[in-house]
Design a protein around this ligand. Structure first.
Ligand code: FAD
Length: 435
C-alpha cells in the first residue's frame, strides 16, 4: 500500500509545550534498510509505549515517525492524565458482557497508574503531578451523571467522590458550576516532555527511534512486511503496528475513513500574578466540564492557565480562530478578565463512531491501534503497553478490546459538513441546558 505524502521535514509546531519541554532526544532519519521483529509507525504515546514493552519482552523494534517523537497529539495535548473511557463501567459491561466489560473498565480506570508507574520506573522528567481530575457540572441535570459515575467507580474501588457546589467553587476557582466530582487517580504531565522521555526510555532499552522518516508504503514480502520510507530506506519486519491516531494518512486503505480527525484547540495565558494564581485550581487538579462541547483546563508549573476546547474543523488560520477560547476564560474565571494569552495551538484527535478505541488486524502481522476520542494521554500509554505485550506474547496477553474489521464512517468525505452541524447542535444543547 502506498501513501502519496512527500518526505519534507515536519517542524514541531509552536506551543507552550514546545517552548518549555525537556530537550528532544536525537532521533536521526532511518539511513539504511534494516530488519526488525516489529516496525512501528508513529512515535506518540501509543507507538512508544508499545515499543518499550516489546523491547522489554526481547523483540527488536524500529519506530518510524514522520516528524519527531511527540510531533502529533502526544506533544500538543492538555496533559490531563484522566482514567476511563467516554463510557462508564456499567455501560462497558452492557456492551461487552460482565467479564470483558469489567476488564476493560479496569484497564481504562488503571491507565493513569500505568503512566505514572512508567514515569517513575524510567525517571521521566515531565512535571508529573497526581492531584486528581475534577469534572464540574455545567447544568443542574448533570449532577445525576456525577452521582452515577461516582457510584460506579466506587464499586470498582476507585478513590472518587462527589463535590458540592461550594467545594467545586473553591477547588476550581469558578462560580459557574453546579457541583461535580473528583477522581483522585488522575493527574497531569508536560505532554511533550513525557513523549520525549518515553522515546528516551525506549532508546535506552534498545529501540531504534527514527524521526523525519515518513512511511510511504507497506507491502507483504515473503511472509514479512516491507515498511518503506518516503526518503528510500525500508524496514523488513515480521510484524507492523500502525499507531498514527488523528494523523492517520493513506498508508492503509480505508483506515483514515474509520475515524474523524478533529482539531482540538488550546490557549495558554501569560504567567498569572500570585494573587490570581491562588484562585485557579490552586490545589493542582485538572478539570474538564460536563458540557457537550466540553472545556478542559488546568494550570501549569509556572502559573499559566491552559484552556482547551473545540474550534473550527480546519487547521487554524491565525489568532482569530482562538478568539472563542480566549473569551471563554473570563466567563469561567471572571477574576481573569483582561489576562492575556501568550500561546495558541491545536492538534488532531481521532473520533470513532462508538467512542471506543479500535484495534484492527486487516492482514497477518499488521495491527492498527487508534481512536482515543480525545482522551488518550493515559489510555494510549496503557493500550500501547498492552499492545506491546500482546504482540510479543499473544497467548498470555489478550487485548482488552476486540479486534474488529475496518468500517468506514458513512459519507466520510463530507465529515466536515456534518461534524460542523453536530457542533452547532451541541452548542445549542449547552445553551439550553443552563436556561
Ligand atoms: C489539543 C489536544 C488536547 C488533548 N488533551 C488531552 C488531555 O488533556 N488528556 C487526554 O487524555 N487526551 C488528550 N488529548 C488526546 C491525546 O493527546 C491523544 O489521544 C494521544 O496523544 C494519542 O497518541 P497516539 O500516540 O495514538 O497518537 P499521536 O500522538 O497523534 O501520534 C501519531 C504519530 O503518527 C505519526 N505519523 C502519522 N502518519 C505517519 C506515517 N505515514 N509515517 C510515520 N509517522 C506517521 C504522526 O507524525 C504522529 O506523531 C488531546 C489531544 C489534542 C490534539
Amino acid at each position: 500500500m502506498t501513501n502519496d505524502n512527500s518526505s519534507s521535514p515536519l517542524p514541531l509546531p509552536p506551543s507552550l509545550w514546545a517552548a518549555t519541554a525537556r530537550p528532544a532526544p536525537a532521533t536521526p532519519r532511518l539511513d539504511a534498510s534494516c530488519k526488525a521483529d516489529v516496525a512501528i509507525v508513529g512515535a506518540g504515546y501509543s507507538g512508544l509505549a508499545a515499543a518499550l514493552r516489546l523491547r522489554e519482552a526481547g523483540a527488536s523494534v524500529v519506530v518510524l515517525e514522520a516528524g519527531e517523537p511527540g510531533w502529533g497529539a502526544s506533544g500538543r495535548n492538555g496533559g490531563q492524565v484522566i482514567p476511563g473511557l467516554k463510557w462508564d463501567p456499567d455501560e462497558l459491561v452492557s456492551m461487552f458482557g460482565t467479564e470483558a466489560g469489567e476488564h476493560l473498565a479496569q484497564v481504562a480506570g488503571g491507565a493513569p497508574a500505568t503512566l505514572f508507574d512508567l514515569i517513575a520506573r524510567h525517571a521521566i522528567d515531565c512535571e508529573a503531578t497526581r492531584c486528581g481530575w475534577i469534572q464540574p457540572c455545567f447544568a443542574d441535570a448533570d449532577r445525576s451523571l456525577a452521582e452515577r459515575r461516582v457510584a460506579q467507580w466506587q464499586r470498582h474501588g476507585a478513590d472518587v467522590s462527589l463535590l458540592d457546589p461550594d467545594t467545586v467553587r473553591t477547588l476550581v476557582g469558578s462560580p459557574i458550576y453546579r457541583g461535580g466530582w473528583i477522581d483522585r487517580r488522575a493527574g497531569s504531565v508536560q505532554p511533550l516532555s513525557y513523549a520525549r522521555g518515553l522515546a528516551r526510555a525506549a532508546q535506552a532499552a534498545g529501540v531504534v527511534v527514527c524521526g523525519d522518516s515518513r512511511v510511504s508504503a507497506l507491502a507483504r514480502d515473503g511472509g514479512r512486511w516491507s515498511v518503506t520510507t518516503a526518503h528510500g530506506p525500508s524496514v523488513s519486519a515480521e510484524q507492523v503496528l500502525l499507531a498514527t491516531n488523528g494523523y492517520t494518512d493513506g498508508l492503509w486503505p480505508q483506515l483514515r475513513q474509520t475515524v474523524i480527525a478533529a482539531n482540538s484547540f488550546q490557549v495558554a495565558t501569560e504567567r498569572l500574578p500570585d494573587a490570581l494564581k491562588s484562585t485557579v485550581l490552586s490545589q493542582g487538579q485538572v478539570a474538564s466540564d460536563t458540557r457537550k462541547l466540553l472545556l478542559y483546563y488546568r494550570a501549569n508549573h509556572d502559573g499559566r492557565l491552559i484552556m482547551g476546547g473545540r474550534g473550527p474543523f480546519r487547521e487554524p488560520a491565525g489568532p482569530a480562530d482562538f478568539g472563542h477560547l480566549e473569551s471563554v476564560i473570563a466567563l469561567v474565571f471572571p477574576q481573569l478578565k483582561g489576562v492575556r494569552c501568550e500561546y495558541r495551538w491545536s492538534g488532531r484527535v481521532a473520533l470513532t463512531r462508538d467512542h471506543l478505541p479500535h484495534v484492527h488486524r486487516p492482514a497477518p502481522g499488521l495491527t492498527l491501534l487508534l481512536g482515543y476520542n480525545g482522551r488518550g494521554v493515559a489510555l494510549a500509554t496503557a493500550l500501547g503497553t498492552l499492545m506491546g505485550a500482546s504482540l510479543a506474547q499473544p497467548d498470555t496477553n489478550p487485548l482488552p478490546l476486540p479486534i474488529t474489521g475496518l468500517r468506514a464512517i458513512p459519507l466520510h468525505s463530507m465529515h466536515r459538513l456534518y461534524a460542523t452541524a453536530i457542533l452547532q447542535m451541541y452548542r445549542l444543547f449547552d445553551y439550553l441546558a443552563v436556561r
